[in-house]
Design a binder for this molecule. Sequence first.
Ligand code: FES
Length: 120
Amino acid sequence: MPGQPLGKVIGNSGQDRDRVCVLATDDGQHVALLDRCPHRDIALSGGVVKNGTLVCPGHFWRFDLRTGARTDLPERGATVYPTRVVDGWVEALLPPPSPQLPMREWLLGEARKAHRTEAP
Ligand code: FES
């Protein structure tokens, strides 16, 4: 239905990428987004579509449906995926799942990143 976002879990990687929000705009275009607000872990599919924007139900940030950019702070945007319609189905091009890292590898990687940002 136009203006009513639909949230779906479409994968089993256990990562955020599995959560997709799909909606149809007033002009019949289909938009697919990562179903997670860039502010907090709130599903954008619970939001409201108004005048070409999706309003997050968390703290009411507004995202442009064409680009995902936050309307008042474009560098904090939602993730929009390319879509196409095939035989009445909306297909979205999602990124592949990230490789699973053992906890030790992940912690070491995070420590390296933190060390690089602290170095002069
Ligand atoms: S959780 Fe979306 S604006 Fe805060």
